[in-house]
Ligand binder design. Sequence first.
Ligand code: 3PG
Length: 227
Amino acid sequence: MSPRGRPSERGTLLDLRGILADNRIVPVIVSDDPSVGGPLSRALLAGGIQIAEVTLRTPDALRVLTGMADTPGMVVGAGTVLNARQARAAVMCGARFLVSPGYSPSVNEVAADAGVPVLPGAATATEMTRAIDDGHTVVKYFPAAASGGPAALQALSAPFGMLEFVPTGGITQVSAATWLGLPSVIAVGGSWMVTPDLLRSGDFTAVTALALAATRLPRPEAEGARA
Ligand code: 3PG
């Protein structure tokens, strides 16, 4: 497989964990309008966010991803990757990482073969056990709010101390602070700064303002200090 991408980025193994730790916010994009790509990447970068997940939930999602990925400095991955076929297509279109809502060995296999990091979904003790068995150390906790909120993740973090989490699903600017305060949370994902309404209306000024507000959420005092 020969992934698309700028020459400087092709073939380099992405440090996804490092990018998550630096950004702490992953905008989750649902759009079917490829023309938003460039402006959206620039708006997020202006707001201090260098990573985004474009969900494969619309027919033209891969073109949105491609449009965003063409902006230097923006690391764009594909989300809602449900099977190997979608995983391969996303990699071919330049996805720098893959995100699956549930735990999918076939998506993980495509990612490993392509040398692209994957953030597998794991919301139960069984999925987390499987993720650890397969060598994963960072997983997406989805759907975060509906799966019991921060209290549930806190409880799950006790036996799974070797995992770091990216809670996503139902997180807001207000609740993000609580999630980010959990020692096991490396970053949170969400659509609140890139809502379909903002994208449809082309309000990229608002995207930048919301991104800035998100990046200014307090960071825990002692990062990595897990009780
Ligand atoms: C996802 O795909 O990760 C979530 O649907 C994003 O959730 P949100 O729209 O509730 O932030």
